[in-house]
Design a protein around this ligand. Structure first.
Ligand SMILES: CC(C)(COP(=O)(O)OP(=O)(O)OC[C@H]1O[C@@H](n2cnc3c(N)ncnc32)[C@H](O)[C@@H]1OP(=O)(O)O)[C@@H](O)C(=O)NCCC(=O)NCCS
Length: 174
């Protein structure tokens, strides 16, 4: 919805005394032109895909994870949609990115001790090229307050419609 619709939605919910809470308000960022992706240095980085054995790791670290709904969703994403991860010498993922059923890239995460090594940039670039090659749009949702990620995707050539927000809401406690 755009920002105006968000205000209308909030006003109607409050007028009707329906409890509503925004869980996340996100920018939608799109890579309109794949050639805008900067070259990344992936030398010395081992890439792989996620599998079912990594489900718990992704679920524990995802901000909106940890319940049964999230487990089902992540299992479906790992089984049926492209994912990409950086693995260490023991083949354990240390950084990863998945694709939602809507084809948006998401759940990007780097273990704290492996941050700042360029892993997220390599993963975004790799998955973006893969999705583009398969004919999918390349886009993602970034929470408004996540400035590090916002800058990260901007620097990878992603742009946004400033008037649009993706809102994840809980209505009537559902
Ligand atoms: C955001 C996140 C995925 C970045 O992972 P990373 O592997 O450390 O990222 P990279 O090393 O590829 O760095 C990418 C860029 O972000 C910058 N960056 C990374 N962490 C930063 C920080 N804490 N503060 C400022 N800049 C930062 C890097 O300097 C780099 O910038 P450059 O392109 O100018 O060199 C990681 O911090 C993370 O997992 N955060 C928690 C989960 C999250 O917010 N996920 C994103 C949801 S959309």
């Amino acid at each position: 919805m755009n920002l105006h619709h968000m205000e209308i939605f909030k006003a109607v919910a409050s007028e009707k005394d329906v409890p509503s809470q925004n869980v996340a308000v996100c920018h939608m960022m799109i890579l309109e032109d794949i050639s805008k992706l900067p070259a990344v240095d992936s030398s010395g980085i081992s890439l792989s895909s996620l599998d079912e054995s990594h489900l718990a790791l992704v679920n524990q670290t995802w901000k909106f994870g940890k319940d049964e709904v999230a487990v089902r969703m992540i299992r479906n994403m790992i089984a049926n949609f492209p994912s990409c991860c950086v693995v260490d010498a023991e083949r354990k993922p240390v950084s990863w990115i998945l694709t939602y059923a809507t084809c948006a890239m998401g759940m990007l995460y780097t273990l704290p001790e492996h941050r700042g090594k360029g892993y997220a940039k390599v993963l975004i670039s790799t998955l973006a090229k893969r999705l583009h090659a398969q004919g999918y749009p390349v886009y993602c949702f970034i929470e408004e307050e996540n400035l590090v990620s916002y800058r990260l995707f901007k620097n990878q050539g992603f742009t946004e419609d400033p008037s649009y927000r993706e809102v994840w809401s809980v209505i009537n406690n559902f």
